[in-house]
Design a protein around this ligand. Structure first.
Ligand code: NAD
Length: 266
């Protein structure tokens, strides 16, 4: 297809999604690592993604608990700030916050741990973080939480395995590692919102990481319409009412503009 045709096709898809959002009563947005690649945070599976540089087998919860060498590696990788350091929200995050201001967002369910939805302006109580948040670390002994930045400074200062300042228990980034259970309340609430919505938007997720990837299944099974904005294939592409193969930033800004025009007439 020529570029103009591509652009025209994207425009018609954007208009369809804007129309679906305006007509929906409850819109749930589900995001994965792909929404944050335009903020400079690599995803897991794209070329150049995290799994091309690190071995997933070494980064499991079980390894973290049982193997001091693995813990040191975790802290070297995470504490270096190489994953999220200095990242800012991008136009896709701001477009979702705009939907919220327009009264068209029930909630965001995210697999991301980068805090960028909140920083773009989505209220905390509307963001369900299935995999935790890198802003915090937690003591596995007494449950005390410490800001990640403080612990990361300690790692940079030479502490290889930072411990709780009070009980000397093991500190762990407050994110869900492979092989670790999802936070129960968040998972329950996210599942409920998914089942109760009438429009479910997937943005930047390969939809292969379970149980997070059950959310769109719950939504579609309960009768919601599905929109997918993702650069590569997902197992649910055929169930989507609209499937957009474009960058999340561009697609979402255009969609938010389309919704605003319909609601405010601008
Ligand atoms: P994934 O890496 O499996 O898939 C990301 C998807 O996004 C891919 O299909 C890719 O084609 C698509 N994509 C990449 N850039 C895009 C863009 N600009 N616009 C549209 N689509 C784009 O990610 P996942 O499904 O979220 O699962 C991986 C797991 O890794 C998650 O559990 C998540 O917790 C974690 N993770 C989080 C972050 C973060 O917090 N930013 C970063 C990496 C991984």
């Amino acid at each position: 297809m020529k570029t103009e045709d591509n652009n025209e096709y994207l425009e018609s898809q954007v208009e369809q999604v804007a129309e679906l959002i305006v007509n929906a009563r409850r819109v749930v947005v589900f995001t994965g690592a792909g929404i944050s690649t335009e903020s400079g945070i690599p995803d897991f599976r794209s070329p150049g993604g995290i799994w091309e540089r690190f071995d997933p087998e070494e980064f499991t919860y079980q390894q973290f608990l049982s193997n001091p060498e693995s813990r040191k590696k975790h802290w070297r990788l995470l504490g270096s700030g190489r994953l999220h350091g200095g990242a800012e929200p991008n136009p896709a995050h701001y477009a979702i916050a705009e939907l919220e201001k327009l009264g068209k967002l029930d909630c965001v369910i995210t697999q991301n741990v980068d805090n960028l939805h909140q920083r773009a302006g989505v209220p905390e109580n509307k963001v369900f973080e299935l995999h935790g948040n890198m802003q915090w670390t937690v003591c596995l002994g007494c449950g005390r939480r410490y800001p990640f930045a403080d612990v990361s400074d300690r790692v940079a200062g030479g502490e290889q395995e930072p411990a709780c300042e009070v009980c000397r228990g093991m500190l762990k980034p407050d994110v869900v590692m492979f092989g670790e259970q999802l936070p129960e309340r968040v998972f329950r609430e996210a599942s409920r919102h998914s089942r109760q919505c009438d429009l479910f938007l997937v943005i930047g997720s390969s939809l292969v990481v379970t149980p997070a990837a059950y959310m769109p299944v719950y939504a579609v099974d309960a009768g919601a319409g599905l929109v997918i904005i993702n650069l590569s294939e997902t197992p649910m592409d055929r169930q989507a009412a609209v499937l957009i193969r474009a960058k999340a930033g561009e697609a979402m800004s255009r969609i938010a503009r389309g919704v605003s025009k319909r609601i405010n007439g601008e």
